[in-house]
Design a protein around this ligand. Sequence first.
Ligand code: GLP
Length: 247
Amino acid sequence: MIIYAAKDYEEMSKKAAQIMAAQITLKPNSVLGLATGSTPVGMYRHLTEWNHAGELDFSQVSSVNLDEYRGLSGENDQSYRYFMNTNLFDHVNIDKARTFVPDGLAEDADAACADYNEIICSMGGIDMQLLGIGGNGHIGFNEPADAFAQGTHIVDLTESTIQANARFFESMDDVPKQAITMGVGNIMSADKILLVASGEAKAEALYNSLYGPVTPQVPASILQFHKNVMIVADEAALRIIREKGLI
Ligand code: GLP
């Protein structure tokens, strides 16, 4: 595990973008595992700028996203498909036919989960998986649980996640209560993992995940068992780790 400390959100975004860009440069046909949330927005902006400057080519890149809300179509401006289109895919020369996000509207949820596992498999696995982290240590939408989930599955979102997401919706009734997410097993199968974290609200989750016991109650703690994890975090997110003298 390597921790890159950044002074603030902007520096974190640039460093994370540099790592992702290096991956694409080294392997132009990389399969990227991508993430949503506010944390990677700045990183996607840098990648877009470098693409526009002719410095970074997405033409051979494929992507699989971590998760999607259940019940939202890709046209809904709160869906993760919409997020990916507007924050990255619409602005770079990626072939959208090779960008995958779980189907939030699938009627047969089990089939949709199996299909998504198959998509990841047929691409030959994920070269670099980007992750944010929830305030409760969740990754993708793998919430604290009694066991780590292996493959793509349907989850009931926890109350704290529903509350955290409420700011994006007009009323509590509109906030999705379920999601379809890659499992911890899918995430752990990626060759490399890049986790980004920013802000004081992530300090405890980051400390518990990187230095606490490995437990499904803190889903990101499983990353301690991955062979190639890079963490890019700002000083606010690293506060507890820094105070304890661990970096
Ligand atoms: C959601 C997403 C996660 C993301 C998390 C944190 O729950 N499913 O993938 O990491 O939010 O989001 P933010 O970066 O906005 O704090």
